[in-house]
Design a protein around this ligand. Structure first.
Ligand code: ADP
Ligand code: ADP
Length: 225
């Protein structure tokens, strides 16, 4: 049973740029998949189809049992936890605690349960000590970890991350890699950090000019490269 199935997915931006050209693939529960390729290959566009931020020009994406459409967005976003490349896009509350609590509160969870979720999510990313801080005071690595916690607090079945290690110092990068390896969730990651990909992902999808050039086991893809 697949958690993601993209079937002949195509997408053109309003200016006519064909960013995805008939892309098909499917992903099993628990798989850890990297999407790699040069700048402009279509990686970000593909990720944004997975949570319905962009709507296909043709073809479709299914998440679990339903196609991603404007009508299913609510369910889709509960399944797909999206961590943006730039944590500043994800952190906008006065404190770290408030940011991590925002999603669960929005789901209508009781305050007590929300507090437990926030504590657990911050512990997972080793950021419990940052709870009272304003996000803009955090280092880049701390922001990245807190952004991941905001998504974990929603308990999604799947994590989608755009460039999880970009802009991090070697120590913070190590911490994020460790964290990614500890998840048992389905993970889909875009990255130019091939050493990280080799450590974290079992499978690699190579994109070029809006198409999938290769899709296979990480060791096979890197052996061919
Ligand atoms: P990647 O994430 O692999 O760098 P993107 O998905 O960002 O690639 O971009 C794929 C293609 O779509 C590129 O040619 C890019 O210039 C183009 N593109 C991205 N965003 C837009 C946009 N908002 N409007 C027009 N073209 C865009
Ligand atoms: P790039 O690939 O150049 O980082 P993107 O086209 O992925 O740019 O995204 C443009 C901006 O919008 C980024 O700052 C990104 O974090 C944000 N963004 C991307 N996807 C979403 C989304 N689904 N919802 C809200 N913001 C998003």
């Amino acid at each position: 049973h697949h958690i993601v199935a993209a079937d002949r997915l195509s997408f053109s931006y309003p200016d006519g740029t064909a960013a995805l050209r008939s892309v098909s693939f499917s992903i099993h529960h628990g798989e850890s998949v990297a999407v790699i390729g040069a700048n402009g290959a279509g990686k970000s566009t593909l990720l944004q189809q997975l949570n319905g931020y962009l709507t296909p020009t043709s073809g479709q994406v299914r998440i679990g049992d339903f196609p991603v459409t404007p009508k299913t967005l609510h369910d889709v976003r509960r399944t797909v936890g999206m961590v943006f490349q730039n944590p500043d896009d994800q952190l906008f509350m006065p404190t770290v605690f408030d940011d991590v609590a925002f999603g669960p509160l929005n789901l209508g969870m009781p305050t007590k349960d929300v507090e437990q979720r926030v504590t657990a999510a911050l512990d997972t990313v080793c950021a419990g000590h940052l709870a009272a801080k304003p996000p803009y005071r955090l280092s880049c690595g701390e922001k990245k970890r807190v952004a991941i916690a905001t998504v974990l607090a929603m308990d999604p079945a799947m994590l989608v991350m755009d460039e999880p290690t970009s802009g991090l110092d070697p120590f913070s990068r190590r911490e994020v890699i460790k964290l990614l390896n500890e998840f048992s969730h389905t993970r889909i990651i875009t990255s130019h950090d091939l050493d990280m990909v080799a450590e974290v992902c079992d499978r690699v999808i190579v994109m070029h000019a809006g198409e999938i050039r290769a899709d296979g086991a990480a060791e096979d893809i890197f052996a061919d490269a």
